[in-house]
Write a protein that binds this ligand. Structure first.
Ligand SMILES: C[S@@+](CC[C@H](N)C(=O)[O-])C[C@H]1O[C@@H](n2cnc3c(N)ncnc32)[C@H](O)[C@@H]1O
Length: 282
């Protein structure tokens, strides 16, 4: 029994060394820094990728990704969770409309950062709310993600028509004021988002771990991104967001994320504790 325990501990240690070497190697070779992502989730995803690529060990994954950048592209996609939808958590978009928009309306120009925007559905949903509230013309939405593949889809603004039923329900629940179908054109099996919604959105690559602050924003959305980071990385990214936040700017986190117990707990007032909306105190 003791022998078995020792073998299992050895295996765990070898695996953790292999993961460290793999992530270090990727950082040195490609500049992507996954070293402080939450370890249980990163470990699961590495193994999932290894199985898909029929690679038996994490060291074999390392050899493959370091020597072949096309395998690396697939690896990046499989390490990050890109799940998103239009009007995801409809109650959040309702709170955006009723609690955040009135504050934004007081500004002549409004800069918004949608960090970790994935395939863009969140940014387009926000554009719809801002348009219906009459302030979209004054807004610039910078929608960023580290992943070029998802950004390509975001820029195209073409989504499967089969998703529109769910998105329409979400839109209605979020307090949408029009008919959702006015915002896209159906063509074959796809819905193409209207040009008027795209005009004030800038999609660009930005890595929250390795890139710097690039502007000052009145509203920052970073929903369902921080959960994938460990505590050190969450703090580092919150530093970057704080640096990028205008006075009295608003921060929107995901349902399972919070500023509680972070170093910024006192720097922000809770606007809505359920929807995780915070307002910078000064
Ligand atoms: C689950 S999606 C969230 C999408 C959207 N915000 C939402 O809530 O529906 C997480 C996104 O964060 C992005 N991401 C992960 N690490 C990142 C990093 N270091 N810098 C920028 N984006 C990152 C992923 O590529 C992915 O598209």
């Amino acid at each position: 029994m003791k022998d078995l325990m020792n073998t299992l501990e050895d295996n765990d240690e070898i695996e953790s060394i292999e993961i460290d070497l793999l992530l270090d190697g990727i950082f040195r070779r490609y500049g992507y820094d996954f070293r402080n992502y939450a370890s249980a989730s990163i470990r699961r995803r590495i193994w999932k990728f290894a199985k898909l690529e029929k690679l038996g060990t994490i060291s074999a994954v390392q050899e493959a990704v370091l020597h072949d950048s096309t395998i690396m592209d697939r690896f990046v996609l499989s390490l990050t969770v890109n799940v998103t939808s239009m009007f995801r958590d409809p109650a959040f978009f309702q709170a955006l409309r009723t609690e955040v928009v009135p504050i934004l309306k007081t500004y002549p120009m409004i800069r918004i950062w949608d960090a970790g925007c994935a395939t863009g559905e969140e940014a387009y949903s926000m554009a719809i709310v801002l348009k219906e509230e009459g302030i979209y013309d004054r807004c610039r939405i910078y929608a960023t993600d580290m992943n070029e593949d998802v950004l390509r889809k975001a820029k195209a603004g073409i989504f499967p028509l089969s998703h529109m039923k769910e998105y329409t329900d979400n839109y209605i629940q979020s307090g949408g004021k029009n008919s959702f179908s006015e915002y896209y054109t159906a063509k074959y099996d796809y819905a193409i988002i209207n040009q008027e919604l795209r005009q004030n959105i800038i999609f660009a690559q930005h890595n929250l771990v390795t890139d710097k602050s690039f502007n000052e924003f009145n509203l920052v959305l970073i929903r369902n991104v921080l959960i994938y980071f460990n505590e050190d990385l969450r703090t580092k990214v919150l530093d970057l967001l704080h640096e990028s936040m205008a006075s009295f700017g608003i921060l929107a986190l995901g349902k399972r994320e919070s500023l509680k117990f972070s170093k910024y707990e006192k720097a922000y007032e809770e606007l809505d504790s359920v929807m995780k909306l915070y307002k910078r105190c000064a």
